[in-house]
Design a protein around this ligand. Structure first.
Ligand code: MG
Length: 436
């Protein structure tokens, strides 16, 4: 029988953590270094202006992928990584995700820009991808494991008339979607446009479709009334105002949408006018979603902490990646706000998977926006998530679970298609700009 001193002596020579199971899990893993940062810029479709980062490590065959998606300034993002940040990352330890995120954050001195955020996000996603591959686990396992089986998505329905909207919503319901966003007419602000050339226009002025918020206020709630009348109360309905309203009419719109019992109304105000959420909150129970254009914690923090919105809708790459998204999700959990990470027609499969892995693991999840990729993208990027019955499913491969065929990407060089940004120009009858 060993006495206490002898037990202690044995423990020091042969501590419990040197036992066989632990030793097996770490043995043979040498320290890592970032050997190379490669930028893969590709446009498999003209409206895809994709910039990916491939962080290659000192361990043969071990690399991670990240998305630096900003279709509006893709060449600037590419240069920022190739000329400034990439060379700084080379030689650093890819295991230290948080430290390298923070270090990069202060490195460009001015912080939270739309270019620096996506560059940080790309690094962040790639490092989480590397960590997952090293552990041979899908990333959601490293983030605490699943709290849901799959990620519910909301679909994008629309139509030129209320009847066409009803039909389109029904088609998505039949596919299994429970959450459906409905927009009238082509583009955002639809239902609020005076047709080209019509109405009282200034001489030699703007002749295109002119946004009129009073018109919008009359047509959109009426369209939703018809959707409810025809399809009942089971479907969860969403709508994106896309900042087209002035604050007082935003209040009025929220009030008129209350009888529809929306899942949420999105971006009813532009980021510059978020203080008006207090008034909206006081006036109606229509749930509010906001944050697609946010890049800075000062934008989302008061809205969450003061419980002025119901859903935070940042794009994962636009705020700095998985690390930042998890922090927002944790803040949301404290205040009863939920997440609805933004996607967009120009977004990419790596960013979608980054959102997916976070979505699977957070109690504050609300909903995830849909993004459908054509088959050639699945070929270009094996592991791209699949949508089935209104849910998103990742590949379950290690890390993010996605790869890119670089030779194929090379056949689609990056283009800056002006149409990517043209939709942001919206004008009123007098020719002045309306917030997109
Ligand atoms: Mg939106």
């Amino acid at each position: 029988m060993l006495n206490r001193r002898e037990i202690l002596k044995t423990a020091l020579v042969n501590p419990w953590w040197a036992g066989e199971p632990y030793a097996q899990s770490t043995r043979g893993l040498p320290p890592l270094k970032i050997r190379e940062v490669k930028v893969i810029a590709t446009s498999p479709r003209p409206h895809y202006s994709w910039v990916f980062v491939k962080v290659i490590t000192s361990e043969p065959g071990l690399y991670g992928l990240g998305s630096a998606n900003n279709a509006y300034l893709s060449w600037a993002v590419k240069a920022a990584i190739e000329k400034h940040l990439g060379p700084f990352w080379v030689g650093k330890d890819p295991e230290r995700i948080e430290d390298l995120w923070q270090w990069t954050h202060v490195r460009s001195y001015w912080r939270n820009g739309s270019i620096t955020n996506v560059a940080q996000a790309a690094l962040d996603m790639a490092l989480w991808d590397i960590k997952g591959k090293r552990a041979n686990m899908p990333l959601y396992q490293l983030l605490g494991g699943k709290v849901r089986e799959a990620v519910p998505l909301y679909a994008h329905a629309g139509g030129e008339t209320p009847a066409a909207c009803v039909e389109n919503v029904q088609a998505y319901m039949e596919q299994g979607f429970r959450h459906i966003r409905v927009q009238m007419g082509g583009g955002y602000g639809g239902g609020g446009f005076v047709p080209p050339g019509e109405g009282s226009r200034p001489e030699s002025g703007f002749r295109g479709p002119a946004f009129d918020e009073e018109r919008y206020l009359e047509t959109v709630p009426r369209m939703f009334e018809q959707v409810r009348e025809k399809l009942g109360w089971q479907v969860k309905l969403l709508h994106d105002v896309h900042e087209h309203l002035t604050p007082t009419l935003a209040l009025e719109f929220a009030r008129r949408m209350q009888p529809i019992r929306m899942f949420f109304v999105e971006d009813i105000l532009p980021p510059e006018q978020i203080d008006y959420f207090r008034q909206i909150r006081a006036l109606t129970s229509t749930p509010m979603a906001m944050g697609e254009l946010f890049t800075h914690p000062h934008e989302w923090r008061p809205l969450i902490a003061e419980r002025l919105i119901d859903y935070i809708r940042c794009r994962v790459c636009a705020i700095g990646g998985i690390t930042q998204a998890r922090k927002i999700a944790a803040l949301c959990e404290q205040f009863g706000v939920r997440t609805a990470w933004q996607e967009g027609g120009e977004n990419d499969p790596v960013n979608q998977l980054a959102a997916y892995h976070v979505d699977l693991t957070i109690p504050s999840f609300g909903i995830q926006e849909d993004n459908v990729f054509p088959e050639e993208v699945h070929e270009l990027m094996p592991g791209t998530a699949r949508i089935r019955g209104g849910y998103l499913y990742g590949s379950d491969g290690p890390g993010l679970g996605i790869d890119i065929d670089e030779a194929m990407a090379g056949r689609y060089p990056l283009v800056d298609d002006h149409r990517n940004a043209d939709w942001t120009t919206v004008r009123g009858m007098d020719g002045s700009l309306v917030k997109p």
